[in-house]
Design a protein around this ligand. Sequence first.
Ligand code: SAM
Length: 280
Amino acid sequence: MGFSADWLALREPADRAARDSGLAQRACALQPATPVIVDLGAGTGATRRALDGLLPAAARWHLLDNDPALLDAAADEGGAQVRTQITDLNQIDALPLDDATLVTASALFDLVSRDWLAALIGRLRERDLPIYAALSYDGQMTFEPALDRDLDVVAAFNGHQRGDKGFGPALGPDAAREAARLFQDAGFQVKLAESPWRLSPDQADLQRELMTGIAEAAAEAGCAAAEAWLAQRLDLLAEASGYIGHVDLLALPPSACDNPAAGAKSNESLSGRPEGTENA
Ligand SMILES: C[S@@+](CC[C@H](N)C(=O)[O-])C[C@H]1O[C@@H](n2cnc3c(N)ncnc32)[C@H](O)[C@@H]1O
């Protein structure tokens, strides 16, 4: 699947529908009149578009990514309120956070390692900054109609997700919950909310790309059934639906926790699973 502009555009409507609206609203409600948002791994600017309308009109965005083509697209579309910067997110100490009032990320935390996250949390703590990190894959994938090979392929895919995606061993399916633990240990108030894709047969293009990417990763992870599984899944596209689990996270620094406007006095986290899902 990679991070091509085509793939990001294909997944954006599903991401938009999946985001937990309460968490996004809360992240934005805590912002000052002229917010400066630093978006990590911004791609073409999907997070900015998702939060458009929830933030004051004076909001400015600083979009960071290491892919110049994606940032060019983001700049063309974003206009005057957007600044882009080619950045290797591994250089955590160099992240431009001086003017920031909020840090955001989408579909990024499942790519990063525990060490990377710990270093980021150190910088956010130092600058007393909140972070809204949406759409971390959580390891749950189920499909209708189900196939015998689903469990093997999903297990292999989840193993692949824990490989190195450029930041050291990736947190993969553990990302949101591990992030919640690390942020809480650093004194942040954390809220998690589920944000699954609920795919229907009318999203055949997205399903086709997704299934192909899953099969490629599963095969790389040694799953012998991946190719046959993909052929079966592609045959079923016209009738298939799917649940792909994600989790959104909002972490508020200790200073915001002292502020009644932050809206909660204690750490809160996910409780329970949506009905009809099972661990992959
Ligand atoms: C899954 S995409 C998400 C993009 C965007 N946030 C969205 O939701 O559409 C991950 C993004 O992280 C960027 N990325 C990956 N590794 C990076 C690195 N080391 N430094 C900067 N950006 C990186 C990719 O170029 C890509 O745009």
